[in-house]
Ligand binder design. Structure first.
Ligand code: CAO
Length: 550
């Protein structure tokens, strides 16, 4: 039997809503076959399988909220074509792969204990040049059942007082050190009868019970995690314990249950809190300091999603019939993101107009070539190319600001986001590595991404890494608008509808196709004069397509 668990979905994404389940019990599931359609804060994604076999159990249903690491389904492999151990090395929690997995229903409410052998917990590396430490407190005793990441010792080194987390789960058989001892790095501190990390014995207290969900639901890339652990914990490696201990999970925040509980109570995501302890371990003080900082920052923002008190809404039903509907994840994330950008970036919008009469002729002239290339050129295709050149010419438009470090980050790559209007709301896929691509290729890339976004098939990797955004509303209409900078970028180009206007030229009014442009920029890094120079450069490129294309 093999389990398929919800894999990592991207930075800071812990859960998603299940929109569609694309398989059913009894189906024969293949590697890479789509299993679920889910919606995260950022996008709708199809999740492919990394197991193969006959589906015996399906543990979720449409409408459920699933967590990263949660068991989605279980397959019987006996009927499968021979398939690699790849699945085990990729997604199954490490300890389970070390121990025979029994044919039992995985359930977050089940409580079982399976012995996985005797393991030792040794005092880990405490930092550069620290060989030993004074034991201030031993936080566990014989008979206690511990989970990895539970604090087991409080020690004092030359530099700090630290809570040392366990790297093993199980029942404590022996404790080799006591308060007041001087313990050496690498010294055996505990002997533990190990327990499968995905299972928690019934006698554990409620805190551990709460923790179980978080621990069991964190998936890991086993091989990578082990390499990481080996790198950062040479003591475990030397002692040969690396194989018998759960790998440090790349995305699991290292914190004791009490710390996690405090974070939960205060409503903050433990994964976002920087830890000051060994290997970034998070302490109670770290949580408090984080919340304090958050509150300080909040007072400068506006909007409930970023901390400011919202005015309470009137009872609209007093004025007429109303209907309340939940926001989709994408809508709510967009609302958060735009509020944040609006509240934190000092925006200025600069307007200009480009005469695209000649460009339109070029575009029409290239229609059959574009068809041969399997695409269609629009003004947005040309803009992708022109903006990429403009960003090279004006590097401050291809930057981000790090206010904490008071630094400007200049990017030596160019990826351009294109705002796409979809049924589910605004999505901004990113056309990658724009430099060097032909207009046809750019057009193809953009249309493919827009199509994927509209069919809700966009991958998270297509939404990240943008340097600048183009928002073309001209296909729909409008004259000018004031786009909001897509933070952490520093500028965005809004394009409105091109239309014929009388333009005074060589002593007479002639009809010219004029394209209204609106450039919003972050005034912290871009001055007004730079902005108009940038926009003028773009206008001139649009107005001289032959020169530009050559
Ligand atoms: N002025 C005049 N006509 C325009 C134009 C403009 N600025 N932009 C596009 N058009 C024309 C195109 O040339 C095309 O005409 P033909 O069929 O005669 O060739 C037609 O309008 C449709 O174009 P399109 O919208 O399909 O293609 P595009 O490459 O210009 O744009 C995309 C692609 C993805 C940007 C667009 O489809 C879209 O979704 N736009 C909305 C963006 C948005 O929502 N922005 C708001 C963000 S803030 O809320």
């Amino acid at each position: 039997m093999k389990e398929f668990i919800l894999p990592e979905l991207g930075e800071n994404i812990e859960s998603a809503s299940v929109l569609n389940i694309l398989v059913k019990q009894g189906d024969y599931l293949k590697q890479e076959q789509p299993v679920l359609e889910i919606e995260t804060d950022k996008a709708t994604i199809e999740v492919p399988s990394n197991v193969e076999g006959l589906i015996k159990d399906l543990f979720i249903k449409e409408g459920d909220k699933v967590k990263v690491g949660q068991v989605v389904l279980r397959v019987e492999e006996s009927l499968s074509a021979e398939k690699p151990t790849q699945v085990e090395t990729k997604v199954v929690p490490t300890v389970e792969t070390k121990t025979e997995t029994k044919d039992e229903t995985p359930s977050s409410t089940m409580q079982k204990q399976s012995t996985g052998g005797i393991v030792e917990f040794i005092i880990p590396d405490l930092g550069e040049n620290i060989q030993s430490a004074d034991i201030l407190k031993v936080l566990v005793k014989v008979g206690d059942v511990i989970q990895k990441e539970d604090g087991v010792l409080e020690i004092e080194t030359d530099k700090a007082t630290i809570e040392v987390p366990s790297t093993v789960s199980g029942k404590i058989l022996e404790v080799f050190i006591k308060e007041g001892d001087k313990a050496k790095v690498g010294q055996v501190a505990l002997r533990v009868e190990s327990v499968l990390s995905s299972e928690v014995p019934a006698q554990q207290n409620d805190i551990q019970e709460e923790e179980k969900v978080e621990t069991t639901q964190t998936p890991t890339v086993k091989t990578t995690a082990k390499v990481e652990e080996a790198k950062i914990n040479p003591v475990l490696q030397r002692a040969g314990l690396i194989d018998t201990q759960p790998a440090i999970l790349p995305h699991a925040a290292p914190a004791a249950p009490s710390v996690r509980r405090l974070a939960r109570e205060l409503g903050v995501d433990i994964n976002g809190i920087p830890g000051s302890g060994i290997n970034g371990r998070i302490s109670l003080d770290d949580v408090k300091a984080y919340v304090k900082r958050l509150n300080e920052n909040r007072s400068t923002f506006s909007g409930s999603s970023i901390g400011i008190k919202t005015e309470s809404l009137p009872d609209f039903s007093k004025f007429g019939n109303i209907e309340r509907k939940p926001m989709s994840n994408i809508r709510s994330k967009t609302a958060d993101h735009l509020s944040y950008a609006w509240a934190t970036i000092p925006h200025v919008t600069q307007f200009d107009k480009a005469d695209i009469t000649d460009l339109e002729k070029v575009r029409k002239g290239l229609t059959s070539s574009a068809e041969k290339e399997g695409t269609k050129l629009t003004v947005t295709s040309f803009l992708l190319r022109i903006i990429s050149e403009a960003l090279t010419e004006f590097p401050q438009f291809n930057s981000s600001i790090d206010m904490e470090r008071k630094e400007i980050i200049y990017k030596n790559y160019i990826n351009i986001g294109v705002a796409v209007d979809t049924e589910n709301g605004l999505i901004v896929p990113v056309v990658k590595n724009v430099i060097g691509k032909s207009i046809f290729q750019l057009s193809k890339d953009m249309n493919e991404l827009a199509d994927k976004a509209r069919r809700r098939k966009i991958g998270l990797e297509d939404l990240h890494g943008g340097c600048f955004t183009i928002s073309n509303l001209g296909g729909i209409g409008g004259t000018y608008f004031t786009p909001i900078v897509n933070s952490p970028e520093v500028a965005i180009l809004g394009v409105s509808r091109g239309s014929f206007e009388p333009v005074y030229k060589d002593g007479e009014f002639v009809p010219r196709l004029m394209l209204p442009l609106s450039l919003s920029y972050d005034h912290r890094i871009i001055d007004g004069a730079d902005a108009i120079r940038f926009l003028r450069w773009v206008v001139e490129a649009l107005e001289n397509p032959y020169r530009f294309l050559l």
